[in-house]
Design a protein. Sequence first.
Lengths: 747, 182
Amino acid sequence: MIAASSHLGKPTSRVDGRSKVTGSAKYAGEYNVPGLAHGFVVSSAVAKGRIKRIDTADALAVNGVLDVLTHQHRPELASEDEKYKDEVAPPGSPFRPLYDDRIHFSGQPVALVVADELETARFAASLLRIEYDRDEHMTDFEAQRSSLEPQLERATWAPEEVPRSRQRGNPAQAFERAAVQIKAEYRSPIEHHNPMEPYATTALWDGDGRITVYDKTQGPQNSRNYVAGVTKMSHDDVRVLSPFVGGAFGSGLRPQYQLPLAVLAARALKRSVRVTLTRQQMFTLGYRSAVAHELALGAARDGGLASLRHDVVAMTSQFEDFQRDIVHWSSLLYRCANSELGQRLVKLDQNTPCDMRGPGGTEGMYAIECAMDELAYAGNVDPLELRLINYSDQDQLEDKRYSSKELRECYRRAAEKFGWSNRKAQPRSMRDGNELVGWGMATGIWEAMQMKASARAVLTANGSVEIASATADMGPGTYTMMTQLAAEMLGLPLENVTAKLGDSALPHAPVEGGSFTTSSVGCAIHAACRAVQKELLAFAQKMPSSPLRGVKLDDVVFVEGKIRHRQGDRREVSIADAMRAGGADRLEKQADAEANENSKLAHYAHSAVFAEVKVDEQLGVIRVTRVVSAVAAGRILNPKLAGSQILGAVVGGIGMALQEETVTDHRFGRFMNHNLAEYHVPVNADVHAIDVIFVEERDDEINPLGVKGVGEIGIVGTAAAVANAVYHATGKRVRDLPITLDKLMRD
Amino acid sequence: MASPSVAARAPRDRFSTPPKKVVTLHVNGVERTLTVAPWTTLLDALRLHLDLTGTKKGCDHGQCGACTVLLNGRRINSCLTLAVMKDGAQVTTIEGLAQGEALHPLQQAFMDHDAFQCGYCTPGQICSAAGLIAEGHARTTDEIRELMSGNICRCGAYPNIVAAIEEVMLGKSAAKSGETAR
């Protein structure tokens, strides 16, 4: 654990902020190089079948068109599944762009028109004539799901592949005997990430057989390995850069299809090529799966949970089994002797879902926290009180203690800030003019993970340091985190530190996701800087009559450009003097930090979310007027940027609760609202006061930095808090998201 | 590569692309003459022909606001206008807001309030905010929210965006009129 510090815990502004407010930050589709050609993707008009014929003659007749790549006309692609499996690929056989004539989902890329100008490529793409052999497709999640047996009605149930104990006690019997019972079904729909930056790749043809690729990705090394694998190039000949990423929210974890298409075109034409997807085409990438939940909660009169059953069905593609834990969160969070969890998938003719901010937990906690709210009303217990009654200091699934869990304090501080004690319990009992006022709350929980990562620190004699790791920064502030940590560890001002990321040539980092970047990369930086510290101390001790002679590393601090004995007494050596004594003008150290896998403790971040809504009584228009989110996520390195993570995730949660839904026309098997006018996300007028509170946790066990990560915890409980507030306001329980006004008006 | 498709080419120019036109734009105070096809949007002219990539393309349909620039002082979606329609116009992009090293007050306020995360919508937000302040219609926080709702921020930085704009608006009006801030 790092001691009290000069850089950590401070509300430092983004070190890359200036480049973003001046427009100088360049994103993947913005590298304009001489001779750059533009590729435009042609998307399949059918959801399932085979391509019978692609007539490219007209397209090729357009002046400026350079080529049209199709499955019949393209550079060679690898033929083994393994080559297409990226770092985070789910089990199955990944989709292969332009590989063969088979159509797996509507909007699948079937051709790439390349021209010397963007508009020419787009125009020529409209001239492609494609004939298909159509097959019957099935895209209807609800239809497929209802063909499954209801899980909760079955007497016996075989735990499936998820490696956690899925059943404890006798939940069915406990439910039957419970004084208060809640049984309900909830739905959450397909959602799309819709980062503001479209997916784009600029593949620079270097002319020497190598290729340099600017890609929109959360993992430059993941993209590098993928390109090398599918194009059969050597890893050394492919370099992927992603210095700036215009948002991703999980959609950039896996390589997206514009990447191989741009690389294939560059190789075919021996020329630099850019491929940027349209907003419409971005709806053909991964998405948050629709989920149907069945919940049954039984409790004693005092609110103590006696039985907790959560069974879900989620969706995946025909070719990959994507799933995340949706159901286990409730059963680990709340004390309950009898519980049963089930999770099944239906396969549809869609692309594979992919992680979207807080995948699994966000959907699962939406349902369980709404069910807890229903239980509170049924049992006449305050919703917050119900959570406290069932509070657990032990991970209930794995029977482990938490390394830290300040959720109780989150409840207390958020409730106090929100004014929860002034709530009238009855639905429809609070109002403001012609608006009904509702107050709701929910709990959030998210796993605090850490992955293996590596970082390199290079200190030069003038006291500047470069810190590097092949991670990404799609918005959380990774550059700033890296800079703060290196400055802190080496006792230097922030201006002396340069952070490098978004480059596959840098030391290994996992994809940026799972809220694990600060723990993983941060701990690698800690280790690399620690190695620099050690060497510097050794240098300092080489000085004749060194004031630090015989001193151990733990006895010194690095502050103000000096190595100083903790006891003070002017026993210090400047870094410059130490470097001189060591005869070094540069000091380079690279170090790994391992995942904390063997811990006997459970590692989770928690939150308490309170929301106020105002609902127009006549029109049903819902406004979220206030949200308070109190988060306990270990040590907060930068409350300003971490606060923004929570703020933004709360906005995402508001969208999930009230607006976001991708709608399929099953006749075509196609997403219909594939644009930002019809896929509603929160805009400025939808967002009002949001208060973020950090309840700091001291956690010496979890990792040397004591951090848990804050990228996802902010969204997890938000949708339920809003949904519960809507019930409190209106007395109407809408159990399928998003809660739109038509559902409120419906009888 | 299998089946080279060159043989299958129809006669050239069967589908002719439109003839290009010369357009003069005054971009960030500099006269720029460019030869563009009539179907080139102002956005693509800026990004591809003038390499001013600070102006962003988020949807190309006027639905997200990332492409907002100031045209003769008014905020517009540059993806919804063609470059040839704006011959002779004054265009201010994000690259033209700072005076040398000195940032525009909105740029500084966006940094101070952490009014962005990924940064992709940011140039559009800042240009839109500059247009909003010049319009003078927004007098309350709710009006700022309403009149900034054409600029989507998927990272959800809205409260900080509003705080940044309010700071600049209030600072400006207080300095101008000597009145007490609201």
